[in-house]
Design a protein around this ligand. Structure first.
Ligand code: NAD
Ligand code: LMR
Length: 326
């Protein structure tokens, strides 16, 4: 039997994980022929709920689920893993910005980053979900210097999926018709959803929608969608976030399709003038096996370039606010 892919998941008794774990265990992340082992981490106060989650995972009798470990010890959770999903962190409530969470959540990522550095395989693939995701990933990267920094990513696939869904609804096409969506920047309201390169069933999206819609409706709707869900639901997005983590890891492991790319927050190498080392969302192609490349050579309009700089400035401010943690 194929060895399972071992996945550490923090915050495993929380809302996002309650939908995501069952998708992973049924093969949604690494495919229908790949067994998985889940190494679930929680804080001591949440262990009872986590045991209930394990009971439900057991009760599904998933053929691909080789093992489920529940622990409140990060060393146990991070030993022998191939991938780590950092979900555990406080969510924001109504009226808050994600960066308001930095002081509390940043500490989680400095302490868990150090432990990951000590016990994990240096090639482990990391996706940070807990907000503010980009700066938490930046903190984790600084505290885990033995890890390959290219493997430290943050989630902007939810924004990418939201953007595709909004454009599909506007032009009246199916989701699979849309290729080459881009989310630039931070997973925050300064993010830059960009349809400049989008193809809709082979046609340029820019010829199908007017620029005023793209600037005044599309960008703010996507950028503020997390807040709209909180206002409607009373708590932050969970199922769509879990779905986006599944998509992020599946695309990273299995590759982007021909003629398309995805959006991932990755360490900047200076592409498009973004400061090296910041965890910034770019259009990225994945070849499978964990390789990714930032798409190069896109012509960026002055309007989009200005917004990309605003999002970079916000990330620089966040980096400055956590300088004692990195
Ligand atoms: P939740 O409160 O339901 O669950 C969080 C869980 O994390 C809790 O069970 C808590 O006990 C646990 N936890 C806290 N500190 C921990 C630690 N040090 N180690 C292990 N576990 C720990 O929250 P949720 O709805 O699952 O959201 C989790 C995070 O994801 C929040 O920060 C939220 O803002 C963020 N989020 C990000 C995106 C994105 O697109 N990047 C989307 C949605 C939510
Ligand atoms: C989202 O985008 O839905 C999440 O980041 C949760 C939030 O705080 O908006």
């Amino acid at each position: 039997m194929t060895d399972p892919v071992r996945i550490a998941i923090t915050g495993a008794a929380g809302q996002i994980c309650y939908s995501m774990l069952f998708r992973i265990a049924s093969g949604g992340m690494f495919g229908p022929n790949q067994p998985v082992a889940l190494q679930l981490l929680e804080i001591p106060q949440a262990m009872k709920v986590l045991e209930a989650v394990k009971m439900e995972l057991d009760d599904c009798a998933f053929p691909l689920l080789a093992e489920t470990i529940c622990t409140d010890d990060p060393k146990t959770a991070f030993t022998n893993i191939d991938a780590a999903l950092f979900v555990g962190a406080k969510p924001r409530g109504p009226g808050m910005e994600r960066s308001d969470l930095l002081k509390d959540n940043g500490k989680i990522f400095s302490s868990l980053g150090k432990i990951l550095n000590d016990v994990a395989n240096p090639d482990v693939k990391v996706c940070v979900v807990g907000n503010p995701a980009n700066t938490n990933a930046y903190i984790l990267k600084a505290n885990a210097p033995k890890l390959n920094p290219r493997n430290i990513t943050a989630l902007t696939r939810l924004d990418h999926n939201r953007a595709i869904s909004q454009l599909a609804a506007k032009v009246g096409c199916g989701v699979p018709d849309i290729k080459k969506m881009v989310i630039w920047g931070n997973h925050s309201t300064t993010q830059v959803p960009d349809i400049s390169y989008c193809q809709v069933a082979g046609k340029d999206a820019s010829g199908l929608v007017d620029e005023a819609w793209a600037r005044e409706e599309f960008i703010p709707t996507v950028a503020k969608r997390g807040g709209a869900v909180i206002a409607a639901r009373g708590s932050s997005s969970a199922a769509s976030a879990g779905n986006a983590v599944v998509d992020h890891m599946a695309t990273w492991a299995m590759g982007t399709s021909d003629g398309d790319w995805t959006s991932m927050s990755v360490p900047s190498d200076g592409s498009y003038g973004i400061k090296e080392g910041l965890i910034y969302s770019f259009p990225v192609t994945c070849k499978g096996g964990g390789e990714w490349e930032i798409v190069q050579g896109l012509e960026v309009s002055d309007f989009i370039a200005g917004k990309m700089k605003e999002s970079e400035a916000e990330l620089l401010e966040e980096a400055d606010a956590v300088k004692e943690m990195v």
